[in-house]
Design a protein around this ligand. Structure first.
Ligand SMILES: C[S@@+](CC[C@H](N)C(=O)[O-])C[C@H]1O[C@@H](n2cnc3c(N)ncnc32)[C@H](O)[C@@H]1O
Length: 194
């Protein structure tokens, strides 16, 4: 029988070893980039590994893409501009964190500096090709709506207006009425063994 117990911890404030028993696997997905000092965070996560245990850090990969280049609404290339705006937001988010420390090297180097061995990484393809299914259509509409909401202040008036039309379920340009949407991206997982 498997017993699951949840604990709430701030891994920027204390090594994981102080909060959970020694583990065969520590899995950290899309969270280390939220820590002001990412190397210290990885060191802290690695502290909870048993000898031979694996730390898996899922960070990076290729940004999800979902839209045709020319949507016929606004200027072509809207999705690339949204992703560029998100990249800019990300840099400012990291730089603006209290106690932010740059990590001027990749995740596998960070795992190695944490004293781990057998360092490696792999990527998983996330692909739901067009023609669009209803599930993909609903996902893409929500995904684009969230991006636009978060980046509203960072995109041009023209792109904001195009996004409004694309997300207007009553309008002729509504994304949710298209069958050429898709989901394509990769997720990378970096691993190291104690
Ligand atoms: C983008 S979400 C990722 C959620 C999920 N792991 C996934 O892959 O979808 C970032 C997560 O990092 C967690 N997080 C951020 N700072 C943290 C900290 N200092 N200590 C522990 N968890 C933290 C947040 O609570 C949130 O669940």
């Amino acid at each position: 029988m498997v017993r699951i117990e949840t604990v709430l911890a701030d891994v920027a404030a204390q090594p994981l070893a102080e909060v959970v028993p020694q583990a065969d696997l520590v899995w950290a997905a899309s969270m280390v980039h939220h820590l002001p000092d990412q190397q210290a965070g990885i060191d802290g996560l690695a502290s909870a590994l048993k000898p031979g245990g694996v730390l898996a850090v899922a960070e990076g990969g290729l940004e999800l893409q979902t839209l045709p280049w020319d949507l016929g609404v606004g200027a072509p290339g809207l999705e690339r501009r949204l992703l560029a705006a998100r990249e800019q937001w990300f840099g400012e988010m990291r730089a603006g964190m209290e106690g932010s420390v740059r990590m001027p090297y990749g995740w596998t180097t960070a795992l190695s500096r944490a004293g781990l061995r057998e360092i490696g990484s792999f990527s998983a393809l996330v692909e739901h090709p067009a023609p669009t299914t209803e599930t993909v259509r609903r996902f893409v509409v929500r995904h684009v709506a969230r991006l636009v909401e978060a980046l509203e202040e960072r995109i041009s008036d023209d792109d904001r207006e195009a996004a409004r039309r694309l997300l207007d379920s009553e309008g002729a340009g509504y994304l949710g009425d298209r069958d050429d949407l898709y989901v394509l991206g990769t997720r990378t997982v970096h691993t190291g063994r104690r």
